[in-house]
Design a protein around this ligand. Structure first.
Ligand SMILES: Cc1cc2nc3c(=O)[nH]c(=O)nc-3n(C[C@H](O)[C@H](O)[C@H](O)COP(=O)(O)O)c2cc1C
Length: 226
């Protein structure tokens, strides 16, 4: 959800026309968290690199040196439930909200007509102190009560982690840094390798806990040592 809502609407149309089958809207990071190491490293896109799908977007003017965050156009444009309702009315594509960390917001996501929940704390990169997603997952699964798929991300590093998340009710998991690191280390084949490793480890963990199919994975695997 970009601050330029006309641009957001155009992006949705482009996604539809390109054959995308769902939209994921990040709701937990209207602004970046405080990342001191990133600041110290002076992280910036290299010359020649840009967000190609955001070309031509109007961006709010940078805040004046006296302003911090409150009162800036960036914060004024942070998406609210009203904006999400607007987006819901704009497209028939399934919409998943990414960054849900509380049962109340999970309930509201379903009420708002969304099609899925992604339990995520942005990989712990946004608000210090948010509980781990694996801890948040069970109560959100309970709230969703099968109405929509509940996915999760954060800290998925081995097949066992996937097995545990599914045992706690996740429909699926997402990975962030493993594939980013693989991309940096070995390009596209590295990403394929990471996905293959995760799948092989999941199959091994399923075999060792006696699960022939994903549907066989339940909380009992947790006491079998997974
Ligand atoms: C370098 C980097 C950039 C990210 N950028 C975004 C982003 O633009 N939007 C978003 O929703 N999440 C972003 N994330 C968070 C990931 O989508 C994901 O929630 C998180 O990395 C999952 O945790 P994991 O890295 O432990 O698997 C980013 C993560 C990293 C590491």
């Amino acid at each position: 959800m970009q601050t330029d809502r006309d641009f957001t609407a155009a992006l949705v149309r482009r996604a539809e026309q390109a054959g995308y089958r769902a939209l994921v809207v990040t709701v937990d990071a209207p602004v970046n968290g405080l990342r001191n190491r990133e600041q110290r490293a002076g992280t910036a896109l290299r010359a020649g690199m840009e967000a190609v799908n955001l070309q031509g977007m109007r961006t709010p003017p940078p805040p004046s040196p006296e302003t911090l965050l409150f009162g800036t156009p960036l914060l004024a444009a942070a998406p609210t439930w009203t904006d999400l309702a607007w987006l819901r009315g704009l497209t028939r594509l399934p919409i998943l909200l990414k960054g849900i960390t509380e049962p109340a917001d999970a309930a509201r996501t379903i009420e708002a007509g969304m099609d899925g929940i992604i339990v995520s704390n942005h990989g712990g990169r946004t608000l210090d102190g948010v509980r781990a997603t694996v801890e948040l997952l069970p109560e959100i699964v309970e709230t969703a009560d099968g109405a929509v798929p509940v996915l999760m991300d954060g800290g998925i590093r081995r097949g066992n982690d996937i097995l545990r998340a599914i045992a706690l009710g996740a429909t699926a998991v997402l990975v962030g840094r493993p594939y980013v690191h693989a991309l940096a280390a070995a390009g596209a084949p590295g990403v394929a390798h990471v996905l293959r490793l995760l799948r092989a480890e999941l199959e091994l963990a399923m075999t060792l806990t006696g699960c022939a199919t994903i549907a066989d994975i339940d909380r009992a695997v947790l006491v079998r040592g997974a």
